[in-house]
Design a protein around this ligand. Structure first.
Ligand code: ADP
Ligand code: MG
Length: 255
C-alpha cells in the first residue's frame, strides 16, 4: 500500500501564509474527497504537493511511503507516482497530448502500476484512443495542441486520458467536475473509481459537489477551511455539507 502523509503543513504562497497546519493522509486504492469554501487553500495544497514554484513550506512534512516528498523536484514526484489534474489548464501551443505522454512514458522510471492485461503490446495511440472513449472525449481532439483549443469539459476529460495512460499511484483531481455535463461527469467519475481497483490508484478529489461523489463514493471526506482541516468523516459528510454549507464551521454565509 502507498501512503502519502501530510503532517502539520504550513505553506506560504508568494510571502502569504495560506495553509496553517494541514494534516491529511491519502492511501492507495481509496477515494478521499477534499471539500471547502472558495479560497480555503485546496488548490494551494494540490500545487504544493506537485512542487510548484512559489509555494514554500514553512514547517511540517509530507512523506510518500516514509520518503520525504518535499525534497523531490516535480519530475521526481511524478516518477514516484504522483499525478495532478489541475483546476485550470495550462495551455501548451504546438504540443499534442500524445507528444506529451510519449515523453512521459519514455522516462522508464515513471512509477506506473502493473495491470497485467497486456497493454504493453498496444501502441500509445491505441491506449489513448481507448481512454478517450471511456470518458467520452472525441479522439480527434488528441491531435490538437494541448488545452489551447479545448473547452473546459474537454480539458478535464483529456486529463483523464493522461491518467489512464500514466496509471499513477496517487492522483489529485482539482475540481475535475467543473465544466462537465452530467453524462461526461458520470463517465469521468466512473473512470476514476475504476482506477482505484484496476491498479489501486489512490484518489484525492477536490470538489464542491456531491454529484461527482455519488459515483466516486469517497472512503474519507476532509473539510478544509481557512488553511486547516476542520472536519473528517465518511460519505455522510458530503450530504451534510451540501445541505447546510459550511455555516456549522463558523463560516459567515453572507460574507
Ligand atoms: P481554493 O482552491 O480552496 O479555492 P486556493 O488555494 O486557490 O483556494 O487559494 C487560497 C488562498 O490563496 C486565496 O486567498 C487565494 O487568493 C490565495 N492565493 C492562491 N494563489 C495565490 C498566488 N499565486 N499568490 C497569492 N495568493 C494566492
Ligand atoms: Mg481551487
Amino acid at each position: 500500500m502507498t501512503v502519502l502523509a501530510i503532517k502539520q503543513l504550513v505553506v506560504e504562497v508568494w510571502g502569504e501564509e495560506i495553509l496553517h497546519g494541514v494534516d491529511l493522509v491519502i492511501l492507495s486504492g481509496k477515494v478521499h474527497a477534499l471539500m471547502g469554501p472558495n479560497g480555503s487553500g485546496k488548490s494551494t495544497l494540490s500545487h504544493l504537493l506537485m512542487g510548484r514554484e512559489g509555494y514554500v513550506v514553512k514547517s511540517g512534512e509530507v512523506t510518500l511511503d516514509g520518503v520525504d516528498l518535499l525534497a523531490m523536484d516535480t519530475s521526481q514526484r511524478a516518477q514516484a507516482g504522483l499525478f495532478l489534474a489541475m483546476q485550470q489548464p495550462i495551455e501548451v501551443p504546438g504540443v499534442t497530448l500524445e507528444a506529451l505522454l510519449s515523453e512521459v512514458l519514455a522516462d522508464s522510471e515513471v512509477a506506473t502500476a502493473e495491470t497485467g492485461d497486456g497493454e504493453a503490446t498496444q501502441t500509445l495511440r491505441q491506449i489513448m484512443y481507448a481512454e478517450a472513449m471511456k470518458v467520452g472525449l472525441d479522439p480527434s481532439l488528441l491531435d490538437r495542441s494541448l488545452n489551447t483549443e479545448f473547452s473546459g469539459g474537454e480539458y478535464k476529460r483529456s486529463e483523464c486520458v493522461g491518467m489512464g495512460v500514466i496509471k499513477p499511484r496517487l492522483g489529485i483531481f482539482d475540481e475535475i467536475d467543473t465544466g462537465l455535463d452530467i453524462d461526461s461527469l458520470k463517465l469521468v467519475a466512473t473512470r476514476l473509481k475504476e482506477a482505484t481497483s484496476a491498479w489501486g490508484m489512490g484518489v484525492l478529489a477536490i470538489t464542491h459537489y456531491s454529484r461527482l461523489l455519488d459515483v466516486l463514493t469517497p472512503d474519507l471526506v476532509y473539510v478544509l477551511l481557512d488553511g486547516r482541516i476542520v472536519d473528517c468523516g465518511g460519505p455522510e459528510l458530503v450530504s451534510a455539507v451540501e445541505h447546510s454549507g459550511y455555516s456549522k464551521y463558523g463560516v459567515d454565509v453572507n460574507r
